[in-house]
Design a protein around this ligand. Structure first.
Ligand code: PEP
Ligand code: MN
Length: 265
């Protein structure tokens, strides 16, 4: 890998382009793990927008460990994301699990997410690389930094230069107090290895909402370009990842604290 100048990646949103990059304000992506209903996704969108988020996240297709767990509402959830996009003005980030769904997801999404479990799904990476929506590439659960960068390279080599990396925690020996171990050392390491922008996801990175604010602040101190934070209007009732989701109020408080530390929002 050659380290050129850090790249800015410009992503279209209904309210104009948003730039991800080392010399840009920190971009915040927020929203529920899964899109559950129109009411909850629109409410969440409006609340996170008011707090300063630029993108709404929310899964229509969910990569769940158990086949018996909620799998996402699929295509109908894409319609709800489109409605939230229109009503809030936020850009949309949602996960693609199956290459056959790329086209219909790209009609709604401003950024396509490749989840941790698909980081080395090379067939999917090649197809995502052959279309032109920007891509958020999450680090695999047990992926080395080199494997992660090679996965990004698949997308770049297929013709799509707009890849944003997302650290979401890796599996280590100690899972008693955290779901994953958030590897913030990727921030300085990736700066020497790649020009691509970096996002930190402290929600999946810790698995527990009370730990999210400190890790979000640490990520800004470490120089992250963006944050991805799970927010749910009623975390206790969430169909997925409730334990790690902030309420809209907690998110608003966090955004206020982040604005003091760094150049967030
Ligand atoms: C998610 O963003 O909800 C998700 C499933 O993330 P990851 O792929 O990092 O587990
Ligand atoms: Mn989740």
């Amino acid at each position: 890998f050659r380290h050129g100048e850090p790249s800015d990646i410009s992503v279209t949103t209904p309210e104009g382009p948003v730039l991800f990059g080392e010399h840009q304000p920190v971009v915040t992506i927020a929203g529920p793990c899964s899109v559950e209903s129109e009411e909850m996704i629109v409410e969440t969108a409006l609340r996170v927008k008011a707090a300063g988020a630029k993108f709404l996240r929310g899964g229509a297709y969910k990569p769940r460990t158990s086949p018996y767990a909620f799998q996402g509402h699929g295509e109908s959830a894409l319609g709800l994301l489109a409605s939230a996009r229109e009503q809030s003005g936020l850009g949309i980030i949602t996960e693609v699990m199956d290459a056959d769904d790329i086209e219909k997801i790209a009609e709604v999404a401003d950024v396509l997410q490749v989840g941790a479990r698909n980081m080395q799904n090379f067939a999917l990476l090649k197809k995502i690389g052959a279309q032109d929506k920007p891509v958020l590439l999450k680090r695999g659960i047990s992926a080395t930094i080199e494997e992660w960068l090679m996965a990004a390279e698949y997308i770049l080599a297929a013709g799509n230069p707009n890849v944003i990396l997302c650290e979401r925690g890796i599996r280590t020996f100690d899972r008693r107090y955290t779901r994953n171990t958030l590897d913030l050392s990727v921030l300085p390491v990736l700066r020497t290895l790649t020009h691509l922008p970096i996002t930190i996801d402290p929600s999946h990175g810790t698995g527990w909402a009370p730990l999210v604010p400190a890790m979000a602040k640490a990520a800004i101190a470490g120089g992250t370009d963006a944050l991805m934070i799970e927010v749910h209007p009623n975390p206790q009732k969430a169909l997925s990842d409730g334990a790690q989701s902030l309420t809209p109020k907690e998110f608003e408080t966090l955004m206020g604290e982040l604005a003091v530390i760094g150049n967030a929002v």
